[in-house]
Design a protein around this ligand. Structure first.
Ligand SMILES: CC(C)(COP(=O)(O)OP(=O)(O)OC[C@H]1O[C@@H](n2cnc3c(N)ncnc32)[C@H](O)[C@@H]1OP(=O)(O)O)[C@@H](O)C(=O)NCCC(=O)NCCS
Length: 338
């Protein structure tokens, strides 16, 4: 049975069942990734930025004879934002290649079309069945990043402590657990906006005006994801010269996600990138004792950042791709399929 599903009102048993399927998918496709926990999973699935909407469907077994609800073996969700529908599909490994993935995409694609959106985007992990799946549906690869993982157990901490202080005169670093303090929000947003103009075309959504930045931090908190920031402040002007963001999600708190790292154009060449990232790792070591790994995504063309990441101990893990398709074409293709 496939039906629309709202995580906000779903039973705890359904949330737990979806978690089981998610972890079975991870074991099959990304066996090195830590399993997810139930902590704040409902909020993770429900909460969105203002102006965005998430719609979800599940494939669920029929209820058992004793009345217990059947297991959730598949899920599709679509996030509607700014003209595009972003898709996520999960099918339990035990029921793959039976057409369930295609059925779920069909439901989502029709709704995306009916809501008036023109295109669909999806994140596809390299070396997993999702690549052949989306290509079979006519999705085209638009962008590739490399995911790298840092094992904190293998870090040379004394070397890192040296990197954290190896910054040009006239700058100091600030550690901000929870996000940038309110008095630097404007400067923080300016730093993000400038790099958005000049940098390397990364697709990760960046919050570049103060209001949007506040909303984005608030959404992170509501989804159970704890942000940490290290800032490099240019002392003479008080400007934010550089920033790095790491998020520790309640759903997998042993592996954190590195978000943006930005060094503003005028402040490049002073060791800020290396110093802010090194300081972040030193701080996380005491702030998050459970943390074992940090993962990061970089454009393959971003050689400077890849070099710094390699010095810190990050090891390339696998390709992480963005695929896209025109909604009308996708619906047409799926309707034509028997
Ligand atoms: C990608 C995924 C959704 C496919 O689900 P599915 O139910 O097995 O897909 P379908 O049975 O509808 O397959 C449709 C078509 O896709 C293609 N396809 C799917 N899996 C494939 C595979 N392993 N190899 C080659 N082609 C494949 C085939 O053309 C297939 O049609 P066919 O079976 O008639 O040949 C599923 O593998 C999945 O959940 N992967 C995890 C996705 C994810 O988001 N992971 C994130 C964390 S890793």
């Amino acid at each position: 049975m496939v039906r629309e599903w709202d995580p906000r009102t779903a039973s705890s048993a359904e949330i737990a069942s979806l978690l089981d399927t998610l972890n079975a998918v991870l074991t099959a496709d990304l066996p090195q990734d830590p399993p997810w926990r139930e902590s704040s999973l409902r909020e993770y699935l429900s909460e969105v930025m203002p102006g965005e909407r998430r719609i979800s469907w599940v494939a669920q077994e029929e209820p058992a004879a004793d009345g217990n609800p059947g297991r959730i073996l598949g899920q599709v969700q679509v996030l509607l934002l700014g003209g595009i529908g972003v898709l996520e599909v999960l099918v339990h490994p035990s029921v793959r290649r039976t057409g369930l993935g295609r059925t779920l995409v069909k439901l989502a694609a029709r709704r995306i079309r009916d809501e008036g959106f023109g295109s669909i985007g999806v994140e596809v992990v390299g070396d997993t069945p999702a690549v052949a799946f989306y290509e079979s549906l006519g999705f085209a690869r638009e962008y590739v990043e490399t995911r790298s993982v840092l094992d904190l157990g293998a870090v040379d901490w004394p070397a890192l402590a040296e990197m954290a202080t190896g910054i040009g005169a006239g700058y100091h670093l600030e550690f901000c657990p929870g996000g940038p303090p309110d008095d630097v929000i404007e400067a923080y947003a300016r730093a993000k906006a400038e790099v958005r103009d000049v940098d390397d075309g990364e697709l990760r959504p960046s919050s570049y005006d103060p209001e949007r930045l506040r909303d984005s931090l608030d959404t992170l908190h509501r989804r159970g994801m704890k942000p940490y920031i290290v800032l490099a402040i240019h002392e003479q002007s008080g400007e934010v010269a550089g920033l790095t963001e790491v998020v520790v999600p309640a759903q997998h708190p042993t592996r954190a996600d590195q978000y943006d790292t930005i060094v503003v154009q005028d402040h490049r060449g002073y060791g800020i990138d290396r110093a802010i990232k090194a300081r972040m790792l030193l701080e996380l070591r005491s702030a998050e004792p459970e943390l074992a790994e940090v993962q990061t995504w970089n454009a393959q063309a971003n050689e400077a950042m890849l070099k710094v990441n390699a010095e810190l101990g990050y090891r390339p893990d696998r390709d992480w791709c963005e695929y896209g398709v025109d909604v009308a074409e996708l619906v047409h293709r799926l309707d034509a399929h028997p």
